[in-house]
Write a protein of this length. Sequence first.
Length: 292
Amino acid sequence: MSPPETEAETEAGTLRVSDLHVSYGRSVQALHGVSLTVPQGRIVAVLGSNGAGKSTLLRAVSGTLALHRGTVERGTVHFDGVRLSGDAARSVAAGVVQVPEGRRIFGALSVEDNLRAGFLGSARRSRAELRAARERVFAQFPVLAERRRQAAGLMSGGEQQMLAMGRALMAAPRLLLLDEPSLGLAPLMVQRIAEIIHEINAQGTSILLVEQNAAMALELSDRASVLDVGQVRLEGSSADLAAADEVRRLYLGETYETGCASDANGDAAYATAASAPSVTGPGLTELGRWNG
Ligand SMILES: Nc1ncnc2c1ncn2[C@@H]1O[C@H](COP(=O)(O)OP(=O)(O)O)[C@@H](O)[C@H]1O
Ligand SMILES: [Mg+2]
């Protein structure tokens, strides 16, 4: 008989968000008790419309809430069994690195200097380590190697997203927090970014992916949560969520372009999942309880 796993083993590399309440100032309550888990090595997506609280959730995890004058009022964030207490430098040191919404690259700096900035946040220090990290990023994003001496602000939106992700990878994250990486990008570039996210995950980095592009996020992720005015409204495997009527109507709609739901064949492909959904959460009819 094998011994039961210790708590430390089950928590290794796991992000655990419990009952998180976050406010901005006195009047804006952005999260009302959000819980969510990202097991080591997985991709977990958070969907939700504008203002649902997605960025707030990532900021609470990365310890950057204070920069936005936000406060955690209740609840906890643990990574790898250690409590993260809202300090951005400590989160990075623990291996939790965020790529913020809107990329936030340094437009006037070169691509190389942007990457160096990502390295400075990490625990490593030597020049050899910097070079090795940069070479790994260049291997992942050849376009960044080609543009290494150019001002970052001159690159396209997709290239800037790659730079923002490359900058985060310079810190060798164990968990990458991605805030709407597809925002404002053309469909082909969205597909490319999705492939890159998949590759980064395949190399061992866990990913918490926030997206308004539900089709992309559900295709990439293992599990997903739907945030709605600061609460988790639905949670389940991504396949079940993609098949759930409510998700299809509210978040997939006519923009669903993966070929799974856009025609009769696609509907048939989801028949099995739809017949046995294990999505948890209230139905639309119960929403009054949440809003009232
Ligand atoms: N810095 C801030 N100051 C005050 N309110 C904010 C701030 N950032 C976000 N909010 C509010 O918090 C709520 C959640 O916002 P956000 O987390 O940005 O949502 P999402 O990323 O899902 O669009 C919204 O009502 C938004 O207006
Ligand atoms: Mg946001």
